[in-house]
Design a protein around this ligand. Structure first.
Ligand code: S3P
Length: 441
């Protein structure tokens, strides 16, 4: 069903950032492996994380909600994961499927993994190849696409791995497998990616060593034979979700939005650096830490002098999920915005380079694909709008297009909003509280 976002004169108010999706997946997986009962507060109850909850439950963890956003998880501990009776269905979730593959690899269990149309089209060889080197066996076809069955083993071989792509999911899968490997498992990344797995492993009592690797990278080492201990933790606010609210405030004719409790971590902050480069004035005040992560309250107001910019390649890993909303802001800016070195966008929930360019063109904005990025000619003000955007099972394309409609000359429609619930189930509610007018149409 089509939903339409109508232009509104102002977007103002205060909302709390929803809990971080990456941290939520990791908390469920590590608590599911731990010895004892963990209490997780502010878990993101989005569809993707609930798929990870189902998977860890099917693998033997005891997981029960004990209040809104509050979950008690009794890990399998030394008895280890057990083979599930049915296939593990990860729906739309790349993170859940890839991290659980790593967690499962170090146990003698067999599981069939399935996913939706979008997940089934995404590359899994990037996870299968290091895990095979460690001892995993599988029934995947050569293209490595789901569905397939994997079988772990009790004692994996530790490896030293340099991922060919900058991917926190690859790093995390290898480190999780490393928990049950003989020797020290090491991941050397040429460019640092989000570091929540390393931080959370430490939080669960697992020893992890990190050091620099080359000019921009990190080496992360973990000795096998360690098992996580239970803990109580609270999930920090998601900067990726906050970015939609920030983008909406920036382009609004009269925007002033305070997003509370946004995780501030240099491996996730690229979007805020890029927006600042484009001329956005972002305010930040310190908030309470959560789960060892710094949090800020982020204040974003209308920025009339937004300028197009070449986005520095060094920012790409730290803003890999934020290019759809960056593109919307770039459409309102004066001048050309160019993104390079972001070929990974081709293998997200959809080919995001194609989806971003189509979204903008459908709304009268001049945009072009490049093999590893895109170029946008800003409208120096509200773009025409009036388009119908195909979201292609991609939550972030849907949210970006709806944000665009709040300040374009004409309404913007999307063909589907159901996928938004995978990462930001309160998006519609938050946007309407700020003054957005989004309705079925
Ligand atoms: C994620 C890593 C990123 C990101 C995804 C979440 C994670 O994917 O795009 O939304 O939680 O580790 P890649 O590892 O493929 O870069």
């Amino acid at each position: 069903m089509y939903w339409t976002s109508y232009p509104v004169p102002a977007l103002r108010g205060i909302v709390a950032a929803p809990p971080d999706k990456s941290c939520s997946h990791r908390a469920v997986i590590l608590a599911g492996l731990a010895t004892g009962t963990s209490e997780i507060h502010r878990l993101l109850e989005g569809e993707d994380v609930l798929r990870t909850v189902d998977a860890m439950r099917a693998l033997g963890a005891g997981i029960e909600p004990s209040g809104p956003g509050h979950w008690k998880i009794t890990g399998v501990g030394p008895r280890g994961l057990s083979s599930p009776e049915r296939a593990l269905d990860f729906g739309n979730s790349g993170t859940g499927s890839r991290l659980v593959m790593g967690a499962l690899a170090g146990f003698p269990v067999t599981a069939r993994l399935v996913g939706d149309e979008s997940l089934t089209a995404r590359p899994m060889n990037r996870i299968l190849s290091p895990l095979r080197r460690m001892g995993l066996t599988d029934t995947a076809r050569e293209d490595g696409r789901l569905p397939f069955t994997i079988t772990g083993r009790a004692r994996l071989r530790a490896i030293s791995y340099e991922p060919p792509v900058a991917s926190a999911q690859v790093k995390s899968a290898v480190l999780l497998a490393g928990l049950n490997a003989e020797g020290v498992t090491e991941v050397c990344e040429a460019r640092a990616t989000r570091d929540h797995t390393e931080r959370m492993l430490r939080g669960f009592g697992v020893g992890v060593n990190t050091s620099s690797f080359g000019d921009t990278g990190r080496r992360i080492g973990l000795a096998g034979g360690q098992s996580p201990g239970a803990l109580g933790t609270s999930i920090p606010g998601d900067p990726s979700s906050a970015a939609f609210l920030a983008g909406a405030a920036l382009i609004s004719p009269d925007g002033e939005v305070l997003v509370e409790n946004v995780m501030s971590n240099s491996t996730r902050d690229g979007i805020f650096d890029a927006l600042t480069l484009m001329g956005a004035a972002l305010g930040a005040e310190e908030a309470f830490e959560a789960s060892g992560e710094r949090q800020i309250n982020l204040l974003v107001s209308t920025s009339s002098g937004l300028r197009g910019r070449e986005i520095p390649e060094r920012l790409v890993p730290a803003m890999i999920d934020e290019f759809p909303i960056l593109a919307v802001v770039a459409a309102f800016a004066d001048g050309v915005t160019e993104v390079r070195g972001a070929g990974e966008l081709r293998v997200k929930e959809t080919d995001r380079i194609g989806a971003i360019v189509d979204m903008l063109r459908a709304n009268g904005v001049s945009a072009e694909e490049r093999p590893n990025g895109f170029v946008i000619e800003g409208c120096a003000g509200p773009p025409p709008g009036g388009g119908r955007v195909e979201t292609r099972h991609d939550h972030r394309i849907a949210m970006s297009a709806l944000v665009m409609g709040t300040a374009s000359q004409n309404p913007v429609s999307v063909d589907d909003i159901s996928m938004i619930a995978t990462s930001y189930p309160d998006f519609m509610d938050h946007m309407s509280r700020l003054g957005a007018d989004i309705r079925p149409a």
